[in-house]
Ligand binder design. Structure first.
Ligand SMILES: [Zn+2]
Length: 138
């Protein structure tokens, strides 16, 4: 679920130029991610998000952990979502060359282990787009 969240965030940034989700609730069965956004998503956009993400999952990209010092990481990424306790070594999690973001969580070894990605519902209220998704093992 958490690895799928990486792919959803990376794809949202690529497709819509928005920021990565500012809040996520991860659950075994379903997960929701919230984005600062201007409008609801259209059905067509939801389908193409799913298609793009399932495409990356199918490619079975390796998940690579790279450690860099805080100064270099700050130039590349926003570190505001990392907990304060993280020291000067910043762990960057890469999904092949598709997505890279600093993260301290646990991840799959390959994107193919994520399973099939399905958006169940989306909603939009007060500038916040919420995307809920499920995974199905393949
Ligand atoms: Zn992560």
């Amino acid at each position: 679920m958490h690895s799928a969240e990486h792919l959803l965030n990376g794809t949202m940034v690529k497709m819509f130029g928005c920021e990565r989700s500012f809040s996520a609730h991860i659950n075994k069965k379903k997960t929701k991610c919230d984005y600062h956004f201007q409008r609801p998503l259209e059905d067509e956009e939801i389908r193409s998000l799913e298609e793009k993400i399932n495409g990356v999952i199918k490619q079975d990209l390796p998940v690579i952990i790279e450690v860099m010092d805080r100064k270099s990481a700050e130039k590349l990424f926003s570190l505001k979502r990392l907990p304060e306790v993280v020291g000067d070594d910043i762990r960057v999690v890469k999904m092949g060359d598709y997505d890279a973001v600093p993260c301290i969580g646990d991840h799959v070894g390959f994107t193919g282990q994520i399973g099939q990605f399905n958006i169940t519902t989306t909603s939009f209220e007060d500038g916040i787009l919420r995307i809920r998704f499920k995974l199905k093992s393949i």
